[in-house]
Design a protein around this ligand. Structure first.
Ligand code: COA
Ligand code: AMP
Length: 644
């Protein structure tokens, strides 16, 4: 274990000074951080707080995010420095792009979009695997002031269709296929099906044909990427307002309708650049790796924007922690590319630990360049934390954040002040985030060590969501109404006497499967559509590898006498077809009835405890206590209900 794991390190007091200023005088704090960004016009007001809960950072300012991430780096002498390393064990490819090469491609792709009529404010959906063109597509949209909406490749056609209908893109950028380990995932049929289903139709689709699969193009609508890019005239950066949207990223809420989280340009650039230095300790010219996917917020912020805004080198990895080809994959990448810090989800480390518990594969590589491991997406369990610390002998930092915030809410600070690690805690609130624990019924703030829901006192710092796409009402309803004056995170937890924050999990119907955020409500809507199902409940049960997996319980309509296991199989297929394989919905059990309160609310919390084999209290509001025994028995039949 590194000694700074035990004692903490950095400039003592630097954190409290930064944090206190960020809360007491946020305008001065963020105005200073904003000096690091190149603006076309500076702001009239650092923070416009006249219309709460809608806040605008850097009002009146103008900039271009792509200019900051690419062009400005070249102007400051980084033209020949590698900006992006594409490392793809699944195609046996390593390709490097300097900042100058990146600019050339991004400007051409922007020109290609411009040639199709894409202008500032237009939406472009990016439904792509982890290839350099995905990152370039995002930057190309930013260059034009167009709003990208990246949809994760593991989502099925229906999920894509819902996003098309909400974002109404002028153009969709996609590829013929993704490669998942040894499996080829054909994107184009999913794209075609989504466009058929959606009411809003894109004018054009541009398809990147990969050598592993050639997609059929629809005449008049689809264009070949390479041909179209080759013919394009490079496009310049279009100046946008700091408060104009850079992107929309859809995330799971409690229903089947995902929420379109909006990210603005100015606050985003300021916050990400600040975080790169102070949280992650990364300086210009250093190599940084976020092993995620551009389809998730981690990918947006830390594969694409933050490292490039910082002038660092970012790694785009098309592979898995295990199986591509072995559990030494991460150590190989770190060693080969001189990676200073890695950011991934705990589940990736659990996968490596499971296949190589003694770290034998690490012995093959020199990773002396490596200084910090950052984990997020779900709570880091103490076993995995200690295993990683013992193996890597560097600080392992669990930090907590959400699609909505776009960057960490709590963290440890590699570039500011490193606090001793406490297992199970995501450390301290990040400057800018006034984290409070709230008593759910009274809405009052709770003292140290008492558990409640987690709120963040408004205003949120720059870079966080200003609203939901074209839906201010839903924004207010989802995040701002439960506890007026606070942003409601949807997570529960507590703060200990030393100020460390502990995240205890979601208090709503959102679950995290292998670091992927999913809605059990959305799965319930699909299961309930089965003609034989009367009602159902889907809960997130503990899983040793993926953290949580969804498990369904269904009640049949009267008179249905079909084999329940056949029906369960159909439900599994329906969820896979409608949401996608990433849902990992693999278990469903027939029950005679669901446990409910006397007012008819399904007791999902108690069901979850039963599935996890935890102690539970029979709720006083329960209509029929024997319904819990029914769940217990059904859970056992499908391999749940006992303590793992
Ligand atoms: N496109 C298409 N399909 C995808 C996909 C993508 N981009 N990503 C995942 N899938 C599919 C997988 O192929 C798998 O399909 P299957 O049911 O047919 O096998 C399914 O979705 C589940 O994928 P996953 O959860 O990734 O499971 P896995 O067993 O393939 O791998 C881990 C397990 C732990 C190795 C993997 O989840 C992992 O690397 N996790 C890291 C988490 C992460 O990056 N989180 C992002 C937030 S930081
Ligand atoms: P997403 O929006 O997909 O990034 O998911 C955000 C959710 O993931 C949060 O609301 C938490 O429930 C969970 N999460 C993210 N990071 C952590 C963490 N470090 N510890 C516990 N939960 C986390």
């Amino acid at each position: 274990m590194g000694s700074d794991q035990i004692s903490g390190k950095g400039t003592a007091g630097a954190y409290s000074q930064a944090f206190n200023e960020s809360i007491q005088d946020p305008q001065s704090f963020w105005a200073r951080a904003a000096q690091e960004v190149t603006w076309s016009k500076t702001w009239d007001r650092v923070l416009d707080d006249k219309n709460p809960p809608f806040y605008q950072w850097f009002q009146g300012a103008e900039l271009n995010t792509c200019y900051n991430a690419v062009d400005a780096q070249i102007l400051s002498g980084r033209g020949d420095q590698v900006a992006v390393i594409y490392d793809s064990p699944v195609t046996d490819t390593i390709k490097k792009f300097t900042y100058s090469e990146l600019k050339e491609r991004v400007a051409k792709i922007a020109g290609m979009l411009k040639g199709m009529g894409v202008e500032k404010g237009d939406r472009v959906i990016v439904y792509m695997p982890m290839i350099p063109e995905a990152l370039m597509a995002m930057l190309a949209c930013a260059r034009l002031g167009a709003i990208h909406s990246v949809v994760f490749g593991g989502f099925a056609a229906r999920e894509l269709a819902v996003r098309i209908d909400d974002a109404k893109p002028k153009v969709i950028l996609s590829a013929s296929c993704g490669i998942e380990g040894k499996k080829i995932v054909y994107y184009k049929p999913l794209l075609d099906e989504a466009i058929d289903t959606a009411t809003s139709k894109p004018q054009k689709c541009v398809i990147f044909q990969r050598p592993q699969a050639t997609a059929d193009l629809v005449a008049g609508r689809d264009l070949d990427w390479v041909e179209t890019e080759a013919k394009a005239t490079p496009a310049d950066c279009v100046t946008v307002k700091a408060t104009d949207p850079l992107y929309i990223l859809y995330t799971s809420g409690t229903t089947g309708i995902p929420k379109g989280v909006v990210r603005d340009n100015g606050g985003h650039a300021v916050a990400l650049k600040w975080s790169m230095k102070h949280i992650y300790g990364i300086n210009p010219g250093e190599v940084w790796w976020a092993a995620s996917d551009v389809g998730w917020v981690v990918g947006h912020s830390y594969i694409v924007y933050a490292p490039l805004l910082m002038g660092a080198t970012t790694i785009l990895y098309e592979g898995k922690p295990v199986g591509t080809p072995d559990p030494g994959a991460f150590w190989r990448v770190i060693s080969q590319h001189n990676v200073k810090a890695l950011f991934t989800a705990p589940t990736a480390f659990r996968a490596i630990k499971r296949e190589d518990p003694n770290g034998e594969f690490l012995k093959k590589y020199d990773i002396s360049c490596f200084q910090t491991l950052f984990l997020a997406g779900e709570r880091t369990d103490p076993d995995t934390l200690y295993w990683a610390m013992d193996l890597l002998k560097v600080p392992v930092i669990d930090h907590w954040w959400q699609t909505e915030t776009g960057w960490a809410i709590t963290a440890n600070f590699r570039g500011l002040e490193l606090f001793p690690v406490k297992a199970g805690s995501a450390t301290m609130p990040v400057p800018g985030y006034d984290v409070k624990i709230i008593q759910p019924d009274s809405g009052k703030e709770l003292p140290a060590n008492e558990q409640g829901v987690i709120g963040i006192k408004l205003p949120l710092p720059p870079g966080t969501l200003p609203t939901l796409f074209q839906n201010d009402e839903k924004f207010k309803e989802s995040y701002m109404s439960a506890y007026p004056g606070y942003y409601f995170t949807g997570d529960g937890g507590y703060v200990d006497g030393d100020g460390y924050v502990y995240i205890m999990g979601r208090v709503d119907d959102v679950i995290n499967v292998a670091g992927h955020r999913l809605s059990t409500g959305a799965m319930e809507e699909i299961v309930a559509r089965h003609p034989d199902v009367a009602e159902c409940a889907v809960i997130g049960a503990e899983d040793q590898l993926k953290g949580q997996v969804p498990v369904g319980f269904f009640v049949l309509k009267a008179g249905v006498s079909r084999d329940p296991s056949e029906i369960a199989g159909e439900l599994v297929q329906m969820v896979r077809k409608d949401i996608g394989p990433l849902a990992c919905f693999k278990s469903a059990a027939l029950v005679e009835r669901l446990p409910k309160t006397r007012s008819g609310k399904i007791l999902r919390g108690t069901m979850r405890k039963i599935a996890d084999g935890q102690e539970y209290k029979v709720p006083s509001t329960i209509e029929d206590p024997t319904s819990l025994d029914v769940i217990q028995e059904a859970a056992r039949k499908i391999g749940y209900g006992t303590k793992k």
